[in-house]
Every structure is written in structure tokens, then in C-alpha cells.
Write a protein that binds this ligand. Sequence first.
Ligand code: SAH
Ligand code: SF4
Ligand code: F3S
Length: 442
Amino acid sequence: MKTFYIETFGCQMNAHDSEKVVGTLVEKGYQQVEEIDDAELVLYNTCSIRDKAEQKVFHRLDTFKKAGKGKIFGVLGCVAQQEGERIFERAPHVSLVAGSASYTKLPEMLVQLEAGNRRVTGLSLDTADTFDTPFTSRDNPYRAYITIIEGCDKACAYCVVPFTRGPERSRTSESVLREARSLAELGYTEVQLLGQNVNSYRDPSAAGWDFAKLLDETGKIDGLKRVRFTTSHPRDFGKSIIDAIDQNEALCDHVHLPVQSGSDSVLQRMQRLYTRADYLRRIEWMKKARRNIAITTDIIVGFPGETEAEFNETVRLIDEVEYDAMFIFKYSKRPNTPALLLEDHIPEEEKTRRFTLLQEQQRSIQMRRHARFVGKREHVHVEGYNRATNQWVGRTSQNKTLNFTDARLPAPDGTKTLTGHYLDVLVTRVGANSLAGESVLQ
Ligand code: SAH
Ligand code: SF4
Ligand code: F3S
């Protein structure tokens, strides 16, 4: 039996793509192994969102060159799509390069390599047949990902995704619901709808559903207790999404809505297609919702030309919104993107200063926001047990980690476990990044 090892970098879309790759290879008779040394085929599913992520891939490829005698090395994902055949020059031991739209062709490509071809590539962005991958090996036992839209039609000045994942293509609502129903039948209770801009979804079939309708219908499937979605683009974020969350308890009360900057002039230079006021209107809808919706975001500091005054607009926006969590990134120059041509790039030390400032600001906001959970009961989906802390790890609908103890089952015992169950936990302590408590005995 042929063996393979796979390592994955990047976002949830990449994680899910790897599940599809594993499923496809296993179906063809390959066996997945956990150690590179045991593998004949070594695959890297790569991310190119920031320069660091890309460098990491080449370092990793270098490290494993030594172990490479007789092995086939393949590069998949966003760096593969972006760099194409140049990867063979930068890392000559690589013999397979394939972008995310070509995974169903992997078995054919491997046959070509076995037949003696030195190098094969799959870089077409034509994704007509990528959605309905018949074989997916899901490695997350408590949450199943479902791709509903691929690619991106926006053109943010800093971003590689439109080049690495191609134009936007939505999957039919029928196909999405079929997959969600079959996951529920398999016993999954939580699914996450995925897309680079998940809410730009437009059903290509006659039904013509928008994202809110698809979300609501997914939440009505018998057996599904939690439906999440990521990532939402503010421009396409309609109030109907909030209305759906308000009316359908299975939809999680969490929205990730990347703002990138609080300054109108920066947003314009970024080509984000919305203003600060447009964005805040959406935040207002969420704050007025019946349910208590957690809001998280992404911020880029040090975009070319970002002045101190523009940066302070972001600081003020963060204070105004009071996010539940935030990913902060230092602007990173990416190939082919229009922002490369902008003047006045911000020095690294200044980016670091702004990054640290926001990090500290957000930390105290999170401490404050979390304090209100003390003494409250939260319903969690149990994801596992942490042997280092002797606590169960749960997740709330708002996507917060809640570590807890359970008097009936202090630790997994033989076949007895709480993982996969839902239960109520009384929150007794909080930190900036998580909550802690004791399960409520019923
Ligand atoms: N489609 C999503 C974002 C996907 S990329 C959206 O538009 O909201 C995830 C995050 O990476 C982005 O939100 C952005 O904050 C960050 N990012 C993307 N390109 C970047 C770059 N060149 N430098 C730094 N951060 C970047
Ligand atoms: Fe990148 Fe912008 Fe598309 Fe998001 S919307 S993936 S940031 S180009
Ligand atoms: Fe990275 Fe590609 Fe995702 S660049 S963030 S893996 S879409």
C-alpha cells in the first residue's frame, strides 16, 4: 500500500481542502501516515496570505529535503497556485504542484509521476467539479466544514486570494443541503459553512437563494444543533442574516466581520468597498438583535501611507465596537497586488508599535467583556479533554472556549467521555481569551 503524509497551513478553507485530498487519496488505496519518514508521498497544503506564511513553506520544504530520498514531494494550495512552476526552481526536490481547484485530478497526476514524469502541475482555476468531492475524510470529529462558495471577486489592494483561489463560484443550494443532511445522518451536530466571502453566496440554481436563506435552511436540518459560517464581507452583509440568527436557534450567535481599518481614507486605499459608517451600521444591527451576538474581526496595521491620525481612527472604532476577539496583522507586501505600487510603506518597528498597542487595547476589552459571564450558565459543545490542565474543553455558541471540570466524570474513562456532548456550565472565572467553570449537574 502506498503511503502519504500531509501538512496543512492557512485558513479553514485550506484545512477542509486537505480533508478532501485525504479522502480522495484514501479512496485510491493510499494510506495516511503521521510521520514524514514513513511516507512515500509528502504533501504540503500551503498559505500565501502573508509573506511569513509563504517563507514558512519553503523553510519546511528545505528541512525535509534530507528525508527526501525516494520520496515524492508535492506542494498544494495557495503558494502552489501563486508560484506555479517557479516552485520547481526554488525547491528542486518538489515534483508535484497543484492549486485548490485541481485536487480531484490528484490521482491522475500521481499516476503520471509513477509512470516516470519528472514533474506535474495542476493549476487550472476551473472549478466546475471541485464542490462535490465524493470523498472527504473529516479529521475534526465535532465540527464538519462545508464549502459553499469558492474564490473571491473583490480586489482588496493588499490581498493575494483573488489570484490564488480565482473568481467567485457558488455551489447550488441543493448540493449544500444534501451534504449538510448527510453529515447530520452521520452524527455530526455542528457544521460550518465556508467561503472567503461566505455571505457573497448566490445560489446558481433556479431557486436563487441568498446567503441568509441558505443559512436558515441549513439551521432547520434535523440533527444539526449548531451552524457557523465564516468569513463575512461587510459589503455583502445584509440585515437578513441577523434576522435569520434571531429566528433560528441553531444558528450560532457569532459573526466574524473583518473591518481591516477604522479610517475611511485607508479603507478607500484598500479598496474595501465600504465606509466606516457602512460598517458601523451593520454592527448596530447586531447590537440591537434579540440574541446576544459575539462580534469578531480582522485588522491590518501599517497599510501603506497609514498616518497616525488614520491609525487612531482604528483605535476609536475598536473602543466603539468592543469586539469579542480580534486578529491583528501587520501589513505584508504580496506579489501582484496593487498595494505594492502605493507609496510611503510603514517601517517594521512602527507596524510593531501599532500592533502591540491594539493587542493591549483589545486584551482589556476582552477582560471587561468576559467579566459579565461570571455566575452565568453557558451551553457548551464539548470538544475534548486537556490533560495538561485536567479540564474538559467546551465551546459556546458565541465561539468562546470554556474550560470546565465535571464532578461525575473528572476525566475520560475507558469509553466514557463527554466529548461530543452538549451541557450547561456555570462560569466561575474568566481570562482575556477563555472562560472557566464547572458543569451544572442535572
Ligand atoms: N475574505 C476575508 C479575509 C480573508 S484573508 C475578508 O475580506 O474579510 C484573512 C485576513 O488576512 C484578512 O481579513 C486580512 O486582515 C489579512 N490579510 C490579507 N492580506 C494581508 C496582507 N497582505 N497583509 C496583512 N494581512 C493580510
Ligand atoms: Fe482578500 Fe479582499 Fe477577497 Fe477578502 S475580500 S479574500 S481580503 S480580496
Ligand atoms: Fe491562506 Fe489561501 Fe486561506 S492564502 S488564508 S490558505 S485562501
